[in-house]
Design a protein around this ligand. Structure first.
Ligand SMILES: Nc1ncnc2c1ncn2[C@@H]1O[C@H](COP(=O)(O)OP(=O)(O)OP(=O)(O)O)[C@@H](O)[C@H]1O
Ligand SMILES: [Mg+2]
Length: 278
């Protein structure tokens, strides 16, 4: 994955050989003036992988997400989605192909109820209807659409179904946002810090619903709080100053000397990694 350390990928990742390729970036670089926010990143995400990206502040995680989802164009490199070159495609073109990022669907309609937001998310993608038509005709009649009912159940939103989104707590809203992303049945779900700002109980709620999709949904999650997602990730990528410094089995990555130095900013013997993770 990383040109300078091509041998890093773990046995766990290589054992996924044969799975369909969802996202592949080839030497992607993004600069802002003199800052190289993403530096020659080559990355592969395969079908049904649950992968995470961590890195300290300014490591380039969000910029990399913005490149994947089309909010930024790279200065160099290629981004492929299911084999197709999407490097210069708009975010909308990528969403239409099944690449969904929670943040862009966070545009919840705060004056509408939880159930109507789910109806809109479902019909916008599946029926390709325009928003005005949906608002005028669809919401009421489709509140019992089986996929909407199932999403309310799966994401534990039944008790909130008629509540206006503006009255939800941050954790409830985050759960709704992920439900709205999932109901569109994306091929890949890109989650940028879905746990940020949440209380511990809310974090467990989000992780609970994400866990239900492990094995049947390709998920890429950027997270600061490694301790929360660690048991949940099959694969970890660590970024530092725009570069990927480790990629593979999470435990293995965290034992990597460069990760210990750059991410944890401490020199620790390899056998002390258990202490770091707890
Ligand atoms: N729009 C922008 N204009 C100028 N510089 C930017 C812009 N976006 C990001 N940067 C710079 O690029 C680098 C990477 O930033 P990025 O936001 O991708 O990091 P991050 O890993 O997401 O950090 P955090 O953990 O704080 O969210 C930083 O030095 C940042 O200041
Ligand atoms: Mg960020």
């Amino acid at each position: 994955m990383l040109p300078a350390r091509a041998g890093f990928r773990s046995a766990k990742v290589s054992s996924m050989a044969g799975r369909a390729e969802i996202i592949r970036t080839e030497s992607v670089t993004k600069r802002f003036g003199g800052v190289i926010a993403v530096d020659q990143v080559s990355y592969l995400l395969q079908e049904n992988e649950v992968a995470g990206i961590i890195g300290s502040n300014g490591a380039g995680k969000t910029t990399f997400f913005n490149l994947l989802s089309g909010y930024y164009l790279p200065d160099e490199g290629i981004i492929r989605y299911c084999g197709e070159d999407v490097t210069t495609m708009t975010p909308q073109q990528r969403v239409a192909r099944g690449m969904t990022r929670t943040f862009q669907l966070t545009s919840t309609f705060d004056n509408l109820s939880v159930v109507d937001n789910l109806v809109l998310a479902f019909f916008r993608i599946h029926k390709k209807a325009n928003l005005l038509q949906l608002l005028l005709h669809t919401c009421k009649s489709q509140r019992h659409e089986p996929k909407v009912v199932k999403a309310l159940e799966t994401f534990n939103l039944q008790d909130l179904r008629d509540k206006q989104v503006k009255h939800l707590s941050l954790g409830e809203k985050r759960r709704l946002e992920i439900a709205m992303a999932v109901i569109a049945e994306p091929k890949v779900l890109l989650l940028d810090e879905p746990l940020a700002g949440l209380a511990e109980s809310e974090i467990q709620g989000i992780l609970g619903v994400l866990r239900m999709h492990v094995g049947s949904q390709t998920i890429l999650i950027v997270e600061h709080k490694l301790s929360h997602v660690q048991g949940f990730l099959q694969r970890l990528t660590v970024m530092h100053e725009g570069r990927v410094i480790a990629d593979g089995d999470p435990e293995e990555c965290l034992r990597d000397p460069e990760v210990r130095r750059s991410y944890w900013q401490i020199e620790v013997p390899p056998d002390a990694s258990g202490a770091i993770l707890s």
